[in-house]
Design a protein around this ligand. Structure first.
Ligand SMILES: *Cc1c(COP(=O)(O)O)cnc(C)c1O
Length: 336
């Protein structure tokens, strides 16, 4: 594996810290819990899309693009980071926002990530739920091309073999950090959506022979579908980096028990997990992704899947900007 032959443009602050979480570890009484701070990637409040965008944007520049086109849900962290990356490179960003969550009140389409999209002068349009959003983004890109623009279309979540390179990188970075500090990592747990994060991690870890498990906590799809999506992209990424042999299917593990009523819909366990991370560790999670990922981690400790003596890393994928679109769940004044 030689990642250096893939071009990337620096957009973030790397390596992100790997930190011990003493209070959560003590409170839960199971494995030693660490956090890999990919919420601190630096780009526009940070998050996991930064690593993917470093490779995607380099590809866009190489192709002579002047406009980034992408899509996501209304409170998309991916759209927000793409919009910021476009600004950094002097490009425009056009985004399609899917109304996937429609019962969250009047601020949902203006606050949080959407406010930041406004600040980065992102041109966004809303779409009703249920369309093939990647096809919509391609069609939108074609229309821009007909008008003389040079669009580069990024799929939802930046999840293709180019974007997933960012998490191949992260796998190597994490293993280097662990080696430096003498830490044996057993398992990585993180929120999984469009699959690029887990696919890149799994491909990267296997390519460097690191015996570390990854557990994806699905935020949307059922287990079988999520595993199939991750494995498909992980294998494509594994081929893309020119790694030898075949990626074993057992490398991909996912749980769907923490989705609740649906994508972006709150669960009690998510609210508790966010409150616990904030009050015990001073760490901000988010309601759509990392809060459900942490809810999954907590349950897997409590039900004994993750055991004491093990070293478990929670990959914090970011998302805290979305907290401000879910204020009603956390405001003590509003609850009073
Ligand atoms: C996009 C996102 C994820 C999921 O990552 P995928 O690569 O889409 O699976 C997790 N957490 C946050 C905060 C995200 O924005």
């Amino acid at each position: 594996m030689n990642l250096a032959r893939f071009k990337k443009i620096s957009l973030g602050h790397f390596p992100t810290p790997l930190e011990f979480m003493p209070n959560l570890t003590r409170l839960l009484g199971g494995p030693n819990l660490y956090v890999k701070r990919d919420d601190c990637t630096g780009l526009a409040t940070g998050g996991n899309k930064t690593r993917k965008l470093e490779y995607l944007v380099a590809d866009a520049v190489e192709q002579g693009a002047d406009t980034l086109v992408t899509q996501g849900a209304t409170q998309s962290n991916h759209v927000r980071q793409t919009a910021a990356a476009a600004r950094r490179l002097g490009m425009d960003c056009h985004a399609l926002l899917e109304r996937r969550v429609t019962n969250m009140g009047s601020d949902y389409e203006t606050a949080g990530n959407v406010l930041l999209d406004d600040m980065f002068r992102c041109e966004y349009q809303f779409r009703d739920e249920g369309l093939d959003m990647n096809a919509e983004a391609e069609a939108y890109g074609s229309a821009l091309r007909d008008r003389g623009r040079k669009p580069y279309v990024i799929p939802g979540g930046g999840s293709n073999p180019v974007g997933a390179l960012g998490y191949v990188d992260c796998a190597a970075e994490l293993v280097r950090q662990a080696d430096t500090t003498g830490l044996r990592i057993d398992t990585i747990v993180h929120a999984s959506g469009s699959a690029g994060t887990q696919a890149g991690l799994v491909a990267g870890l296997h390519a460097i022979n690191a015996p570390i498990n990854t557990i994806g906590i699905s935020v949307r799809a059922d287990r079988d579908k999520q595993i199939a999506n991750v494995l498909r992209l992980a294998r494509a990424t594994y081929d893309h980096i020119g790694a030898r042999g075949e990626l074993p299917a057992e490398r991909v593990v996912a749980y769907d028990e923490y989705v609740g009523p649906g994508y972006g819909q709150p669960t009690d366990e998510m609210v508790d997990a966010i409150s616990l991370a904030a009050s015990e560790e001073g760490i901000l999670l988010d309601p759509v992704y990392s809060g459900k990922g942490m809810a999954g981690l907590i349950d897997l400790v409590r039900n004994g899947t993750l055991k004491s003596g093990e070293n478990v890393v929670f990959l914090h994928t970011g998302g805290s900007a979305a907290l401000f679109a879910y204020e009603h769940l956390f405001s003590r004044q509003r609850a009073a």
